[in-house]
Design a protein around this ligand. Structure first.
Ligand SMILES: *[C@@H]1O[C@H](CO)[C@@H](O)[C@H](O)[C@H]1NC(C)=O
Length: 366
């Protein structure tokens, strides 16, 4: 018969199954009773059955209350496999040199970019009137291409003495004139530990990493301007330059405060791995431990391995000694990071020492 398995609307077998089913329904009142009992135990039972969490937690930021919870990588590999490769003419890593003292920092940064096989182009913005040929030669010995720029003077009084040249950083936005579509800016006091080519696939116009202070306010909403992702635009550049002297912001913090106001509601918050600020190690050591597993860029904010005194130059031959001299800073907290920098500097000398020596003898190739 064609409809062997077909049950008519009513048949005795089905009726039997339904009756059995309805007998099962007689268990429902028992289940409800158990449920009610369990609820009574849940509500009135001993409180220690339910972990109470940390009552202080709501008054801490999640970062001051940091715990090792997440182990997912910060970049999605499947998504990255769909993106276009980095193009060294359109995607650039840019740093800056406003004083000779930072030249070994730039050279070492360049070496660490080589070491992680960074695919982007490299550009070094410098102020020709302030930078000696010797320093420029050392700074570019590991691959940065020198690019002279015009200084943008501070529009307000009261700028921190270390930040007097920092408005020149806004020049980054004008680099579309060179065909640059996206760039990562790194301060000269940063060291690269992992490749970060993925940043060039960020679709937004601007991204940066939130700033961190050792004392209050600690982890903040505002970003640190030592590492920036941006898509240059000369019209944005002109708008910025027109506004630096009229906008209302904290003059002491110079371009960082201006940029925080300019991009206040549009900046994309990038993971701390892109600007692993030493202040995090001091503020929340547990967070630093996890951060080191993913860190792309370490930012030497609290110690400067290649400087002495108040941002003064250290002779190239004295750099290792200078690093050791800083071991004791902050109660010895940054010895490991200082050693990381010293190791990168030794490698820089191994690979580029001949050129650096020629720079120091006055044989410039730039
Ligand atoms: C960089 O590339 C070289 C040569 O292809 C390779 O041997 C090395 O492992 C790469 N380094 C990293 C960090 O991927």
């Amino acid at each position: 018969m064609k409809y062997d398995d077909y049950l008519p609307v009513w048949d005795e077998k089905k009726a039997q199954r339904l009756r059995n089913g309805s007998r099962r329904c007689s268990w429902v009142p028992i289940a409800v009773a158990i449920s009610v009992l369990l609820n009574v135990i849940f509500v009135f039972g001993p409180k220690k059955a339910i972990p109470s969490g940390n009552p202080q937690a709501p008054s801490l930021t999640a970062l001051d209350n940091y715990q090792h919870l997440n182990s997912q990588p910060i970049v999605n590999a499947a998504f990255m496999s769909t993106t276009t490769p980095v193009n060294s003419n359109e995607n650039m890593i840019v740093t800056s040199l406003y004083t000779d003292a930072f030249a070994p920092g730039v050279a070492t940064l360049g070496h660490t970019l080589n070491k992680v096989n960074s695919s982007a182009g490299r550009l070094l913005l410098y102020l020709p009137e302030k930078i000696s040929s010797r320093a420029l030669c050392i700074a570019t010995s590991t691959g940065f291409i020198p690019y002279p720029i015009k200084r943008i003077p501070p529009p307000y009084e009261g700028v921190h003495p270390h930040f007097l040249d920092q408005y020149s950083k806004l020049t980054l936005w004008s680099l579309d004139s060179l065909g640059v579509q996206s760039l990562v800016y790194l301060d000269a006091d940063t060291l690269v530990q992992r490749n970060f080519d993925e940043l060039f696939s960020v679709p937004f116009n601007f991204g940066a990493v939130p700033d961190v202070y050792i004392d209050e306010p600690g982890f903040t909403l505002g970003f640190n301007a030592g590492m920036l992702f941006l898509r240059p635009s000369s019209s944005v550049f002109e708008r910025m330059v027109a506004q630096i002297g009229t906008a209302n912001y904290r003059a002491e913090d110079a371009e960082q405060s201006f940029l925080n106001h300019f991009y206040g509601s549009e900046a994309v918050r990038l993971p701390y791995a892109y600007n692993a600020n030493l202040a995090i190690k001091r503020r929340k050591p547990e967070l630093w431990v996890d951060l080191k597993k993913e860190a792309r860029v370490v930012h030497y904010t609290l110690v400067k391995p290649f400087l002495q005194g108040d941002y003064e130059e250290v002779e190239v031959t004295q750099l290792e000694k200078n690093v050791v001299g800083q071991y004791g800073a902050w109660g010895g907290l940054f010895k490991e990071e200082l050693d990381d920098w010293a190791e990168a500097w030794r490698e820089t000398l191994q690979l580029h020492g001949t050129m650096i020596a020629e720079c120091r003898r006055g044989h410039y190739r730039v």
